[in-house]
Design a protein around this ligand. Sequence first.
Ligand code: KG4
Ligand code: ZN
Length: 373
Amino acid sequence: MTKENIIRTDMGAMRGDGVAAHPVLCLGIESSCDETSAAIVDSNRNILSHIIYSQIPEHQKYGGVVPELAARAHILAIDAVINQTLAAAGKTIADIDVIAATAGPGLIGGVLVGWMAATGIAQSTGKPLVAVNHLEGHALVPRLHAAAANGTDENTSVAFPYLLMLASGGHCQILLVRGVGKYELIGQTLDDSAGEAFDKVSKMLNLGYPGGPVVDNRAKSGNPNAFKFPRPLCDKPGCDFSFSGIKTAARTFLEKNPGPHSDEFINDFCASFQASVVDCIINRLGNAMRDVRVHSAAPKTLVVAGGVAKNSAIRAAMEKLAAAHGMVFAAPPMNLCTDNGAMIAWAGLENYAVGRIVREPIAPRPRWPLTEL
Ligand code: KG4
Ligand code: ZN
C-alpha cells in the first residue's frame, strides 16, 4: 500500500442530535469494488476514524476495474486498513461493540475478503456481526451526515421516509426509503447505470477511469447545448431509466468524427452528454415525486446517494426540483458518496439497533437487491 492510495483519514467530530452517554461503536468494512475501506463510527454520529485505500491507480491502466486484480489487492490491504483504522481512533478491537461488513452486492472476490475478515474478528471475539447490503450503505449514509447541494456542511441527518435517487457505478434506482430494511422500488435502469454511462463516455474520449469526476469537471467549461444527445424514455410515463441509447449516440458520433479533438470539443461533448443524463434523472424523479405524493406517509426529503451523487450538475438540478415540489434536498458530503467504510459502519449501527445481526453463517451475494432485505 502506498501513501497516495490512502486518500482520506477522518478523525472525530460529526455529532448529530440525541447524543448518548455510552454510544455504540461499530467497525465497518467495505471491499465490494475497488476501495478497501474501514471506519469506526459511533451511534452519536461521530466518525472516529476512516481509512480508504483506493485501488484506482492499479486499475487505471486497464480503463476499468479488473475483478481478479481487485480481489488480490483487497487481500493485501485488508489487515493494514483495519489495523490503521483502529490505531487512528486510538481503539483496540476490545473497544468495538459491533462488527459490520459488506456482504454483497458487488465483485464477489472482493466482498469475500472483507466479509471473511469481519467474520473472523466477530467469531474470535464473540462480538455481534452485521451483514450489510452495500446499497443500503449508500442509502442510509445521509442519515449519518448530510450536506447541502452547494457543499456547505450543514451537519444534518435525514429522517425517514425519503425519496432516494441511488446512482452508482453498478446501480441506478429511485427508491422510497421507509426505514431500515424497508425499501420500495419506484424505478430503475433497464440497461446501464448512470455511473457506467459516465465511465464509458470518458473511455471513448480517452479521459481515463473513473469517468464521472473528469466528465463532470470538463462539463463545467463546456456548452451543454453544443451537441444533441437523446433523452431515452423521457417522453414516456413511469420512473425507469435507460442510458445505453445515450452511450450509443456518443459512440456513433465519435466514430463519424474521430478527431483529434480540441479541448473545446471535449468540454462541449462532456457538457452535452451530462446534460442529457441530468435531464433524464430530473424527468424520472419528477414522475416519482408525483407518484409518491399519493402515499399516506409521503416523503418530505429528496436525497441523492452513490458515487454519481458527487456530480455537481445532478446535485444542483435535484435541489431545484426538490424546491419546485416543496421538498427539502439532501446529499451526503462528497467524501461519503463514493464507496467508503463509514457508510457500512453506519448501516451496521442502524441494523444493529433494530436487531438485524447475523445469527447463523451466511454466504456473501454478488447480487442482492435492496427490495430483498
Ligand atoms: O458508489 P461508487 O463509488 O461505486 C459503486 O458502488 O458502483 O460509484 C462509482 C461511480 C463511478 O461510475 C464514477 O464514475 C461515478 O461513481 N462518479 C461520478 C462522479 N464521481 C464519481 N459520476 C458523475 N459525476 C461525478 N462527479
Ligand atoms: Zn457503491
